[in-house]
Design a protein around this ligand. Structure first.
Ligand code: SF4
Length: 249
């Protein structure tokens, strides 16, 4: 869908906010070409300029959702709106309030684990190719001021020996400390423990330029790392509650 074809093209209170996002959409995505709402009046999806009664709003949103229900790219549209934190309108068959609720649920319930992030986390994937490994690292993270909250996981190929988990966990902890960006960390604590029945390693480290809590857990062939870090030499805000909130499925 082009900017001109999208329903939001019509001037509404949301048009300016959407214009830049839709412009970038044109460059990166073509699912809009298949949109059921292509060429339709955007008022149906974003509302009129004047205030609506509760019944008018509900009827309009139901009609918009009916369009979305027969749209072949509904899933793509919804994922885009969730990623972009679209604040207005019907996207992927959901209102802004419904999308916010979905994001809240997702922020606490991820594939393989649950965690209470301080805000809805972003997700990214990094490909790791080193020491004979070719794997994808999945990272969920959110920030609170100078404090950062991350849960990441990677599934080792079967060729990786996990018969002595402490070896894998020590390696993971050393790697995390080296890549954390904090210089000359002083280990406050490094103790083995158990999380959701799986072997883990709990680490606390401080340095002049940072402070971190790390929990590495090995579940079968999947290594999870729960990290809270502060850019300052002070414990991150609510570090322990965040780490304690993590459970593996
Ligand atoms: S899901 Fe709805 S809003 Fe999204 S492209 Fe399809 S019809 Fe348009």
């Amino acid at each position: 869908m082009t900017n001109e074809e999208h329903p939001s093209r019509k001037t509404t209170k949301t048009t300016k906010a959407l214009a830049s996002k839709l412009a970038s959409l044109e460059l990166e995505a073509r699912w809009q070409d298949l949109a059921e709402c292509k060429g339709m009046d955007p008022t149906l999806f974003f509302g009129p300029e004047h205030a609506e009664t509760v019944k008018e709003k509900r009827d309009r949103e139901d009609a918009a959702k009916a369009v979305c229900n027969r749209c072949p790219v509904r899933a793509e549209c919804l994922e885009y709106a969730l990623d972009a934190r679209e604040a207005y309108g019907i996207w992927g068959g959901m209102t802004e309030l419904e999308r916010r609720a979905l994001l809240r649920r997702r922020s606490y319930d991820k594939p393989g684990f649950t965690a209470k992030f301080p805000s809805a986390p972003t997700r990214e994937t990094q490909h790791i190719s080193q020491s004979g490994l070719n794997v994808d690292l999945t990272i969920y993270k959110s920030d609170l001021g100078t404090s950062h909250y991350t849960v990441s996981y990677v599934t080792y190929p079967n060729s990786v020996d996990v018969s002595n988990p402490q070896n894998n966990l020590n390696g993971a902890v050393n790697g995390a400390l080296q890549s954390s960006g904090i210089e000359n960390p002083h280990l406050v604590k490094q103790v083995p423990n158990t999380v959701s029945g799986s072997p883990g390693m709990e680490v606390e480290a401080s340095a002049d330029n940072g402070y971190l809590f790390l929990e590495a857990i090995l579940k079968d062939h999947t290594l999870f790392q729960v990290l809270t870090a502060n850019d300052k030499n002070a414990p991150p805000v609510a570090a322990q509650p965040f780490i304690d909130s993590v459970t593996l499925k």
